[in-house]
Design a protein around this ligand. Structure first.
Ligand code: FAD
Length: 458
């Protein structure tokens, strides 16, 4: 009954055939052209229409609404920003780092407000995030994170340290010695959010074209094969896919994150495992892993670790890496041994964007009218909302609290040409793998991590 399928769990919850949109087949002229129909593009269109309902806006996508990371991610709508507080404080000063932190926390309430207002059912559950420390080293890391948070003068309610007993009241992780909890995260179904947003912006008069790949973006002109869009403002909202556009080939690198989903799990499993508020979860290993209990009681679980592909290649085949999917399954089993015997129904993956300095940014060049947002690493579900609000302010010429945040108009330098890029990124991945392998060498996770290390190593 439960054969594993090679597509995202979320894509099964949206009726694509009912919502196919036209392809752009003529030259058009508009006020704002947005390239990319993911969260960034659609939030930007949404807030522009709030500020200036008469603007003519088109969104064009090479594939379809939600085709990119927005339709296939882990569904953590968190306050995480790819650059740490300390990095922001070093680059822009402590006050700016604090403003950025507050803005990120504010995203969650803002998204909750809009989905309620616009009646978007995206299986939202504001349950926070619980992160387990499953070894002494991980425990030190958890304590260090809370200490640093407090030393930076950030609200104690944002991040609390949990003892072994306290973490058990959230979730029954194996070997948990303690951990942390933050209330600043909601679990959601990303495909339902991105398709819901598309429906809303269309109802506000935004035209969306699908199957319309853009090859170039220059001042006032978007080039799509033989057709062109002439626009006062152009927003590049292609995130990890930006290397497909000539002017942005080395702006970010596409790095793959892969996911699996289980069949729906019975009440007996959840009574034992917890996550009653649908808290998103992870542990304190070096390699990023992330999970959520879905609205229909599955676990959707993902992790980094897939190799970077030479030349920033993005291909459907890259979404399936059986070795990594198997390792994700084994890791999930380690976290929650009660899952033994459960079927994996879906395996998938997708590309996210990383800037050379790991700093997300959004901005507008007022000379050319070219705007962009991205480089969210793996934290774009809520950050893209902040980008959309900020770009709307910038494009409509409003100076606001948002337009003076430190990430606005930040410029990251280009990535190196190949083969340096390939060598550098994959060496970094191997180093992370090794760090985990060394840390857990005597522990139960050593097998998984050393396997993953061997895979990444070739
Ligand atoms: C597996 C996975 C798990 C993740 N988990 C999380 C998570 O739990 N929480 C979190 O915060 N973030 C997560 N992320 C990251 C997050 O999903 C992204 O940061 C975010 O969705 C980016 O949104 P976007 O709209 O900027 O880009 P995308 O959603 O990637 O959209 C870009 C769009 O541009 C289109 N496009 C590309 N090239 C062209 C072109 N040449 N012409 C026209 N259109 C083009 C694509 O078809 C695509 O629809 C995850 C990412 C992945 C891949």
């Amino acid at each position: 009954m439960f054969a594993t399928v090679s597509r995202s769990l979320w894509s099964d919850t949206v009726a694509f055939a009912d919502i196919a949109r036209p392809k752009l087949t003529q030259n058009i002229e508009v006020d704002v052209a947005i390239v990319g129909a993911g969260f960034t593009g659609l939030w930007t269109a949404y807030y522009l229409k709030q500020l200036a309902p008469n603007l003519s806006i088109v969104v064009v996508d090479a594939n379809h609404v939600g085709f990119g990371a927005s339709g296939r991610n882990g569904g953590w709508c968190s306050a995480l920003f790819p650059a740490s507080f300390n990095k922001l404080a070093k680059l822009f000063g402590e006050a700016q780092a604090k403003r950025m932190h507050a803005a990120m926390v504010g995203n969650i309430n803002e998204i909750a407000r809009v989905i309620e207002l616009e009646n978007i059912d995206c299986e939202w559950a504001h349950g926070g995030t619980v992160i387990a420390a499953r070894s002494q080293i991980q425990l030190q890391r958890a304590k260090g994170e809370v200490k640093e948070h407090s030393a930076n003068g950030l609200p104690a309610s944002d991040l609390e340290f949990l003892s072994a007993n306290e973490i058990a009241s959230h979730a029954n992780f194996s070997d948990a010695l303690g951990g942390t909890f933050t209330p600043n995260c909601a679990a959601l179904n990303p495909a339902k959010l991105v398709h819901g947003l598309a429906r809303v912006v269309e109802s506000l008069g935004v035209q969306i074209y699908e199957n319309s790949p853009v090859s170039q973006i220059t001042k006032n002109k978007v080039t799509l094969g033989v057709n062109e869009i002439c626009a006062k403002f152009i927003v590049r909202a292609t995130e990890g896919y930006s290397p497909t556009i000539r002017q942005a080939r080395r702006a970010v690198v596409p790095v793959y994150s892969l996911m699996i989903a289980t069949e729906p799990l019975p009440d007996s499993f959840w009574q034992q495992t917890g996550l009653a508020q649908r808290q998103t979860f992870s542990d304190f290993r070096n390699l990023v892993i992330y999970g959520q209990r879905t609205a229909d009681n599955r676990i959707a679980f993902g992790g980094r670790g897939a190799p970077y592909h030479f030349g920033s290649a993005i291909k459907p085949e890259n979404d399936q890496v059986p070795e990594v999917h198997t390792l994700l399954e084994q890791t999930l089993l380690e976290l929650f041994p009660a899952i033994t015997g459960t079927k994996i129904t879906h395996t998938w993956g997708g590309a996210l964007g990383i800037a050379r300095d790991w700093m997300a940014s959004c901005g507008l060049d007022s000379q050319t009218g070219l705007a962009w947002a991205g480089g969210y690493v793996g934290d774009g579900v809520s950050t893209s909302n902040l980008a959309g609000r900020t770009l709307a302010d910038l494009i409509t010429g409003q100076s606001s609290e948002l337009t003076t945040l430190p990430w606005v108009n930040h410029s990251s330098r280009n990535w190196e040409p190949e083969p340096l890029r390939w060598l550098g990124i994959n060496s970094g991945l191997i180093a992370v793998k090794h760090a985990d392998a060394v840390e857990t060498n005597k522990g139960r996770t050593s097998k998984v991590n050393s396997l993953l290390g061997r895979f990444i190593g070739g």
